[in-house]
Design a protein around this ligand. Structure first.
Ligand code: ATP
Ligand code: MG
Length: 599
């Protein structure tokens, strides 16, 4: 990958170690996976055995269910899985976990592929695309189920769901064997085939692994591995009316794909014994390639003020609390992208938070700091006035000539002179921030008040003379007099000392823009925690829209282009609604200049 946005590939040795890196490094040192062969595509043991030595030193995978848009938690998992593969000359697969015969929406599949690519990763290695869908493995899964039956390791249970629940026991009480547990292999095989052939109704029977009804781990008490569901599948149509359970399907998917390190979130820790049991049985039976994959769990990302549940995010969209999955307040990858987050900032964030085995909450500011660290050296500077009021230079025509516009300039980036200068004009009328004028200045206020001199940034020093108010007392105009010979960058400009430096936009050449000031979507750090309904914890002022004036260099801003508006923070031209030009420009506030979040 050589694209500009591809990960920086810091030498893996310079990245902080963590338990996953230690496991991988140990496996590489010991050559654990060195003997593996690879058929060139996912396959069973026999086919892989005929292949070449696996060219990937490790294989990881990112296995989303295509049932929604990915969020910042998924971004962590993507960066982790693709990042580890990259650092250790491995390959990461993108696998759609579509074993549920629910309607898969192409929209989600496409958005997931986009998200992974946008983050800077690729599932292509050489000429091979490692994009897979779990439903392609249904035939093998069925074969694995029959193998377990034949090995005496699975049986068809026809208890009612209620009986099954009761007989499973609980933490303090061992389970009770099902009366169907001692069926003969032949009877099980016949009954399972009847399930497959559509002879049994939904819910009337399941296939269970025969393990240990007294196991202290409830997941090992003969877990269900196949259920009947007369439903059409987007990939296999009506071929199947029985579908594998996730806990059965997932280890098999990993094994067929030669995954070495199967990384998942902590809630699957209790499933690991079954993962191991199943793959050990299939290994003994010669069905899957060896050495088999192993599962490792890490703590999922919890981010303050953010919801990372697809179900709840969907609720926000469906009930119109946001404008869509890509609303800039959403923690979805499409939302973050539209808000102005960059792939680099999300990768930096993922690197900084690292991985651990203990659940914790990451402060939202960690994400914003990563973003600022990425944008600061890149974003062009610009002046913008978000709450505009006119400043009239009453002696301008007299001193400078009627209608005169004085060209001024400022660096595109203060630390990078090579990027050139932006130009704008100083004239009789300027837009300033309403808050930059006070009739009676509070202590420490150095901006405009009657009698005070300030520098209009990159322009002249002016002396404030007063302001005009409307009938309601609101300021409609501020007045000042220009001090000639004080233009920034001209000899003697510094002769007049001032304490205030005011940003401004010329009325003559300023560009009118809609600016969307986003704030956190939720008002509390852990929305939905405790008794509260998360919807009652929405921040009522998460969006304020203002009509602003921005300097003329922004007239040609392209959608998605990021800027630092001096004093105000980072802004991005909205991907969807912005088009260059007066009145059509739309900017989103990405984040403020400093960490003010939650304060
Ligand atoms: P949700 O509960 O929001 O629907 P999910 O885990 O069901 O999320 P999947 O599509 O199954 O969504 O997830 C794909 C991968 O992303 C899984 O490996 C999962 O562990 C990982 N993942 C999901 N949420 C997080 C998170 N908050 N932090 C880290 N990884 C996550
Ligand atoms: Mg899931």
């Amino acid at each position: 990958m050589a694209s500009a946005s591809s990960p920086t590939d810091k030498d893996s040795a310079t990245k902080p170690s963590n338990f996953l890196r230690q496991v991988i490094e140990r496996d590489l040192e010991q050559g654990t996976y060195a003997p593996r062969r690879w058929a060139g595509h996912p396959a069973d043991a026999a086919e892989h055995r005929k292949g070449q030595p696996d060219p990937a030193r490790i294989r990881t995978r990112f296995p989303p269910e295509p049932n929604g848009y990915l969020h910042v938690g998924h971004a962590k998992s993507i960066c982790l899985n693709f990042g580890l593969a990259q650092d250790y000359q491995g390959i990461c697969h993108l696998r759609f976990d579509d074993t549920n015969p629910e309607k898969e929406e192409q929209e989600y599949v496409d958005s997931i592929k986009d998200a992974v690519r946008w983050l800077g990763y690729s599932w292509d290695a050489g000429s091979t695309s490692h994009l897979y869908q779990a439903s392609d493995y249904f035939d093998f899964m069925y074969r694995a189920a029959e193998y377990l039956i034949e090995a005496g390791k699975a049986y068809v249970d026809e208890q009612t769901p209620d009986q099954m629940r009761v007989n499973r026991g609980d933490f303090g009480r061992p389970g009770v064997d099902s009366p169907y547990r001692s069926r003969s292999i032949d009877e099980n095989l016949q009954r399972f085939r009847e399930m497959r052939d559509g002879k049994l109704a939904d819910g009337s029977a399941v296939l269970r692994a025969r393990i240990d009804m007294a196991s202290p781990n409830i997941n090992m008490r003969d877990p269900t591995i196949y259920r009947i569901k007369h439903a059409e599948h987007h990939n296999t149509g009506n071929k199947w009316c029985i579908y594998p359970m996730y806990t059965f399907a997932h280890p098999i998917e990993d094994a067929l794909e030669n995954i070495t390190h199967s990384i998942c979130t902590l809630e699957f820790e209790d499933q690991r014994p079954f993962y191991d049991w199943l793959l050990d049985r299939l290994g003994e039976g010669g069905l899957i390639n060896l050495p088999r994959p192993h599962q490792y769990e890490f703590a999922r990302l919890n981010l303050t003020y953010v919801i990372t549940s697809k179900r709840k995010l969907r609720q926000l969209v469906d009930q119109g609390h946001v404008t869509g999955w890509d609303d800039p307040r959403m923690p979805t990858i499409v939302g973050l992208r539209r808000r102005g987050y960059t792939p680099e900032s999300l990768r930096l964030f993922a690197d900084r938070i690292g991985v651990s085995k203990a659940d914790s909450w990451i402060d939202y500011s960690t994400l914003e700091i990563a973003l600022r660290d990425d944008l600061d050296p890149k974003a062009a500077r610009a002046m913008a006035v978000l709450d505009p009021v006119k400043l009239v230079i009453t002696n301008w025509d007299e001193v400078m000539g009627a209608g005169h516009l004085e060209p001024c300039a400022a660096p595109v980036h203060p630390h990078d002179p090579a990027r050139g200068r932006r130009e704008f004009k100083f004239g009789r009328e300027l837009w300033i921030e309403r808050s930059d004028y006070e009739e009676t200045p509070p202590k420490g206020f150095f901006r405009l008040f009657p009698g005070n001199k300030v520098r209009m940034k990159f322009g002249y020093v002016v002396e404030c003379t007063g302001a005009t108010r409307d009938a309601s007392g609101a300021i409609v105009e501020v007045q000042a007099k220009v001090l000639p010979d004080t233009k920034s960058g001209t000899p003697g400009a510094d002769a007049v000392k001032v304490k205030g430096n005011i940003s401004w936009v010329g009325v003559a050449d300023g560009v009118k823009a809609e600016v969307r000031l986003y704030d956190r979507l939720f008002a509390v750090p852990q929305p939905g925690a405790g008794e509260k309904d998360f919807l009652e914890e929405l921040n009522p002022s998460s969006l304020t829209v203002v009509t602003a004036y921005v300097e003329p260099s922004l007239a040609t801003a392209k959608a998605d282009e990021k800027f630092q508006f001096e004093r105000h923070g980072y802004f991005v031209a909205d991907r969807k609604d912005h088009s260059a030009g007066d009145g059509n420009a739309v900017f989103n506030r990405v984040t403020g200049l400093k960490d003010s979040f939650g304060k």
